[in-house]
Design a protein around this ligand. Sequence first.
Ligand SMILES: Cc1cc2nc3c(=O)[nH]c(=O)nc-3n(C[C@H](O)[C@H](O)[C@H](O)COP(=O)(O)OP(=O)(O)OC[C@H]3O[C@@H](n4cnc5c(N)ncnc54)[C@H](O)[C@@H]3O)c2cc1C
Length: 506
Amino acid sequence: MKINIIGAGISGLTAGCYLQMNGYETEIFEKHSIPGGLCTSWHKGEFTIDGCVHWILGSDEGSSFYKMWSELLDMKVIPFKNHDERLELEVEKTRDKNGSNIFHLYTNLTRLQEYLIDLAPEDTKVIKSFIKPMRIMQKFDLPPVMDDLPLIPSIIQGIKMSKYLEFLYWFLKLKKQTNFTIAEKLKNPFLKESFQLLYDGEEVNMMILTMPLSCFDKKSAGYPIGGSLSFAKRLEQRYLELGGKIHYRTPVKKIIVENNEAKGLLVRNDKIHYSDITISAADWYYTVFEALEGKYVDQGILDLRDLKKLEVFYSVMQFSFGLNGDFQDAPHFSRFPLEEELISPDGTKYKRLEVHIYNYDPTLAPKGKTVVTVSFYTTNREFWINLRKNERPKYRQAKAEFQEKIITLLDKRLGGIRDKIEMTDVATPATFQRYTNNWKGSTQGWLPGKNLLAPSPVQHELPGLRNFYNSSHWNQPGGGLPIAISTGRSIAKLITKKDKKRFKTK
Ligand SMILES: Cc1cc2nc3c(=O)[nH]c(=O)nc-3n(C[C@H](O)[C@H](O)[C@H](O)COP(=O)(O)OP(=O)(O)OC[C@H]3O[C@@H](n4cnc5c(N)ncnc54)[C@H](O)[C@@H]3O)c2cc1C
């Protein structure tokens, strides 16, 4: 049986690997010249700029994601960096008992609890109730990998899931907890302000923080040394070793449908590649409304398009600098306040700066040099996408002017970097959209809704269309690599099951 896959991102490569393992003949059609999609890096002069992963869930033994990655890659040979600190946060109004305005979010939970209690013994009860759910999460294999589709629990799945009851109790208890609700309970002014500022003054559900923190503590959410592209290339290599074929620089124009059955792909030069099954591991909007011309939709899909059910995940502005200096003593990830509000050309106002210093990955810069990246999340992505499309010189000018402001701020912060700059690079939502096709330059598909337990409104199949599947980070709100890989695996498993074959993972 022949299966065509659109997109050599992490989800497409994952689906391809599992299908090859199960005896199917697959071919991937990728518009770019390299694998990885959003999981990418690019070279500029002597430097490598990373455009994606800061941590990969399941980087070490003990979680189902590790087991899943290990079915695809030899995880033991990939060097992962596990940071001692997740974040250094500079607060604005208060000081800790030692007069410092820096809050340390340690990744070791014992150390974090001791640090917090030492700073604020009066808040011991609140601190312990913040740490406890993470310890509970660690007892379980979280997040649980539902490896059967559709996601309606079967009896067997129900039994498998019943071991999560204790976690569910805690989850329901805490599901409304945010950094603000914790801050409200804290008496210590420094801790209160630190929790308020954890996400640059935004209110964020605590699951977003506690889930990764519970994994950081177990050293199971590390950064792959070598960066995102080198990680994606390992998956590409596995796919090719399994006999898969990738057509690079081959954008898919249309999915060919006959009698409501996906039959093949129309690609560059109007060439048609036929197949028995088609998987789109490319962008959701492109797939449904361009490749399939919006012919296979229902009200639920139209509501998604009209953003009535979910919002699209933030896009990002990324300013990178290759610096002559190793900045070994600087924190790898910090957020600090700005003296004056910074207004982006797209109109977004920023009060704080988020800085990544890649001083822990020697492969990204020559010895004695470092890549530093400043990132800004934005929802006004259309500004950049339209400006690049319609007024290219203005687009360049807007990037250059904003970059100049960032250099001035960094120069002050890192102690004179202007004359150390050897490389500059700016990526906007237009960049992410152009290279990967992601709708509105989304970095992780859909933004999770308020109810984290709600089933995803995105379907893996489309109404009325046979022999077709979607597989990407758009399938489950929140996105990210875990969703990309688990969806790719689930789709492969579903195809195997429909074919009445036992699913093989070797
Ligand atoms: C700045 C940034 C930081 C991130 N940090 C993390 C992190 O720390 N941890 C984490 O887990 N996740 C992170 N993510 C998210 C993660 O990178 C994505 O969720 C994931 O890579 C999505 O994979 P995918 O295969 O579903 O989709 P994509 O990566 O979008 O892959 C789709 C592929 O399809 C191709 N394609 C599209 N249209 C066509 C067409 N018409 N014809 C042919 N090919 C086509 C694209 O070129 C692309 O290669 C980050 C993302 C960004 C941008």
